[in-house]
Design a protein around this ligand. Structure first.
Ligand code: SF4
Length: 311
C-alpha cells in the first residue's frame, strides 16, 4: 500500500520535511511545463477527499511512531505531494489533526491557484508557513507556463494569492520557478517584480527545475542572479540541500527500508545522496534497496535520479 506520509525529505528550503501526500498522481489545477511529476492526468478545480481523513491521520500516527523509534528527526510537516494539495477537501480538520500530533511547523506548499476559495484560505491561514507559487507577471505567461484548469483566470488566482498573503500572520514565502526561454527574460522578470510588489511576503524563493521535468529547461546561473537583483533584498536563490543524518541507527527491517525508499521516490525522484540523507541510511544500503524495489533511473543534467511508480 502506498502511504500518505513520506520522508522526511531533505528540502532545499526547510531542512528535513515530513510530507503528506493529499491527492493522487497527478490531480492538479495546473499543468506546469516544469512539473517533475510529468503531465497532469486530472486537470481540475474540484476539491474532494481523495483519501479518508482518518486514514491519513492514522498513517501520520504510524509514521511519527516509527520515526520516534528510530530516532529520526524532522523539522517541518509539509502539505504537498503528487499534485495540488489544496484540492484535498478536508484541509481544515487535517491541519487541526496534525497540530494535535506534533509541534513542528506546518507548511502549505501550493501552486496558489485555489486560495480564492474560502475553505482553502482558512486552511492557508492555519499553517505556520505559506508558500504559494507565482511564475509569471502577465496573463499570457501565466497561461503558457502553468496551463491552468478552466475558470482559473489570472485575476482570480492573483487575487486569491494576494488576499491569503495579506492576511497570513506567519511566514509568507513566494516561490518563483524560472524556466529557460519561457519566463526568464528581463522583461518577464520586471513584470513579475511589479506583481510581487502588490503581494505582501517576507521571502521570494527563486528556483529552477533541477529534477526531471517534462517540458522545461533550467534557467542559467546568470539568469537566476539577474532575477535576484531585480526582485531585490527579499529574494534568495534556492540552493541544493544535503541533509545531515540525525541519528546512528539500525533499520528495524529491510522490508521497512524498502517501503520508505519506495514511498520517497514515488513522490520525489531523488538522487542517491538525497535518499541517503532523507532516510539516515548508508549509500550502500540505499543502493541495495533500490535494486530490490527495481527503481528506475533517469539522468538529468548530469545527475542520476531514482524513481518508481507505485499503484
Ligand atoms: S502545480 Fe505543482 S503538481 Fe501541479 S503541475 Fe505545477 S508543478 Fe506539477
Amino acid at each position: 500500500m502506498k502511504h500518505r506520509v513520506y520522508g522526511p525529505v531533505p528540502s532545499r528550503r526547510f531542512g528535513r520535511s515530513l510530507g503528506i501526500d493529499l491527492v493522487p498522481l497527478k490531480v492538479c489545477s495546473y499543468e506546469c511545463l516544469y512539473c517533475q511529476l510529468g503531465r497532469t492526468t486530472n486537470l481540475t478545480t474540484t476539491r474532494e477527499d481523495y483519501y479518508p481523513l482518518d486514514e491519513i491521520l492514522r498513517d501520520l500516527d504510524d509514521r511519527l511512531d516509527q520515526l520516534g523509534r528510530r530516532g529520526i528527526e524532522f523539522d517541518i510537516v509539509t502539505l504537498a505531494g503528487s499534485g495540488e494539495p489544496t484540492l484535498y477537501k478536508s484541509l481544515v480538520p487535517l491541519i487541526t489533526g496534525i497540530k494535535e500530533r506534533t509541534d513542528r511547523p506546518v507548511l502549505m506548499l501550493t501552486n496558489g491557484s485555489m486560495l480564492w476559495d474560502p475553505e482553502v484560505l482558512e486552511a492557508a491561514l492555519m499553517c505556520d508557513i505559506l508558500e504559494p507559487s507565482l511564475d509569471f507577471g502577465t496573463p499570457e505567461t501565466f497561461r503558457r507556463i502553468n496551463v491552468p484548469a478552466e475558470g482559473l483566470t489570472f485575476e482570480k488566482v492573483v487575487g486569491g494569492i494576494r488576499e491569503a498573503c495579506s492576511r497570513h500572520t506567519g511566514q509568507v514565502r513566494i516561490e518563483v520557478m524560472l524556466t529557460g526561454g519561457v519566463n526568464d527574460s528581463e522583461e518577464e522578470l520586471r513584470a513579475m517584480k511589479a506583481l510581487l510588489d502588490t503581494i505582501p511576503h517576507q521571502v521570494v524563493d527563486i528556483n529552477t527545475p533541477v529534477r526531471p521535468a517534462w517540458a522545461a529547461d533550467t534557467a542559467s546561473p546568470e539568469t537566476l542572479a539577474m532575477a535576484k537583483e531585480i526582485f531585490g533584498e527579499k529574494a534568495v536563490i534556492v540552493s541544493a540541500y544535503r541533509g545531515t543524518p540525525s541519528a546512528e541507527h539500525e533499520p528495524d527491517s529491510w522490508e521497512e527500508v524498502d517501503e520508505e525508499v519506495a514511498n520517497l521516490i514515488a513522490i520525489h525522484p531523488s538522487t542517491l545522496d538525497e535518499i541517503s540523507a532523507a532516510l539516515d541510511l548508508a549509500d550502500s544500503e540505499v543502493l541495495e534497496s533500490l535494486s530490490r524495489i527495481k527503481a528506475r533511473q533517469v539522468e538529468v543534467r548530469g545527475r542520476r535520479y531514482f524513481w518508481l511508480k507505485l499503484q
